[in-house]
Design a protein around this ligand. Structure first.
Ligand code: GAL
Length: 344
């Protein structure tokens, strides 16, 4: 296995001119260059111009998050009657794997050949007790770009002891181009009839499932993100926008359509497909202009939207939520596809 430096970057390209750059550090996607029909090439992920700024900046931008992406209430969970206490790095909760989640690790990256695909395999061994999680976890993530403009992320993991797992990828998309105002006029469709509201007392989900019908969470038909984000609905105001898990319409463990994001101005469209049961939609509510991003532009509120395929937040604490436990002998598997349409 090759060992990498934090600053090492890799590029996936296809014949249509799409270029996806990522770093060994956090497996972070730092740019997705999208050639438009009018010849313009736009970079559709929020981030920074240089690797130095990337390494100093918001560590979740484009990153692989784990071992448990999203929140675990109070960082506590039990498996087979044994209790574990993770770091609480987000108020009283555990977020995105703790203080040194997978987004801060230097991944081993090697070219990977799969048919005609342009691909890399990223791998990481997380020792037993890493961030206080039980079991040694071996993780492999394949990034590939097809000639049909699909960027595919395929996760696999095995463990030496029963543990919890929920991996995801954390790019903030702005289909107008990073730094171009915000995503409020993007049309979003989420193929979900239900979502999991946040319990304000605990700062994450508590097992409640609500219908999206008659709420700002109804994205079953394309709708400007602004319509939800500007609503006075309690769940929206609680987090100043969208930061919620949608329960995807599922047909077993098949890969299904999770979401469509469209920039009506340019016609650039991103479709998300996954075998996971949930999609966290986060509209960058906490961005406040204090970071300077690509092309010397301020990263303001709603600068981008993250569409994170995963199981549900706080699943280790809620019996009727999807299983978060991985046992020795089992393989965690997760596929996420981002498909780009409106390419030159
Ligand atoms: C999201 C999460 C947000 C915020 C963000 C990282 O996945 O839902 O609440 O923590 O990550 O800044």
């Amino acid at each position: 296995m090759m060992s990498q430096n934090a600053a090492d970057t890799f590029v996936l390209k296809n014949k249509h001119g799409i270029e996806i750059t990522f770093t060994a550090h956090g497996g972070r996607i730092t740019s997705i260059k999208w050639p438009s029909p009018d010849g313009e090439i736009v970079d559709v992920v929020v981030g920074f111009d240089t690797i130095e700024e990337t390494l100093k900046g918001d560590l979740y931008f484009g990153a692989l998050c784990g071992r448990y992406a999203n929140r675990v209430h109070k960082g506590r969970f039990a498996i087979d009657g044994e209790f574990f206490q993770l770091d609480t790095n987000n108020g009283e909760n555990h977020l995105h794997g703790g203080f040194e989640g997978f987004n801060t690790r230097i991944w081993d990256v090697e070219p990977f050949t799969s048919g005609n695909l342009n691909a890399f395999r990223l791998s990481l061994t997380s020792p037993d007790g890493d961030q206080k999680y039980p079991g040694m976890l071996n993780v492999s993530v394949i990034y590939s770009l097809s000639e049909t403009n699909e960027f595919r992320i395929e996760y696999e993991a095995t463990t030496s002891k029963a543990t919890i797992i929920n991996l995801t990828s954390h790019s903030y998309f702005n289909l107008k181009g990073a730094g171009k105002s915000n995503i409020l006029d993007h049309l979003l469709t989420v193929y979900a009839d239900q979502y999991t509201p946040i319990n304000a007392e605990i700062g994450t989900t508590d097992g409640t499932i609500d219908n999206v019908n008659d709420t700002p969470f109804d994205f079953t038909r394309p709708k400007p993100i602004a319509e939800a984000v500007n609503s006075m609905f309690g769940q929206i105001r609680l987090v100043d926008g969208l930061d919620h898990n949608f329960i995807l319409r599922k047909d077993g463990s098949q890969i299904t359509h999770a979401a469509t994001l469209l920039d009506p101005g340019s016609g650039r469209q991103l479709d998300v497909y996954t075998d996971q049961p949930g999609l966290q939609v986060y509209t960058g509510n906490h961005f406040d202009g204090s970071m300077t991003g690509k092309n010397e532009t301020r990263i303001n509120q709603y600068a981008g939207v993250a569409l994170e395929t995963q199981i549900f937040p706080n699943s280790p604490k809620v019996a009727h939520f999807p299983n978060a436990i991985l046992r020795p002998g089992e393989t965690y598997q997760h596929t996420c596809v981002y498909k780009f349409s409106g390419i030159r």
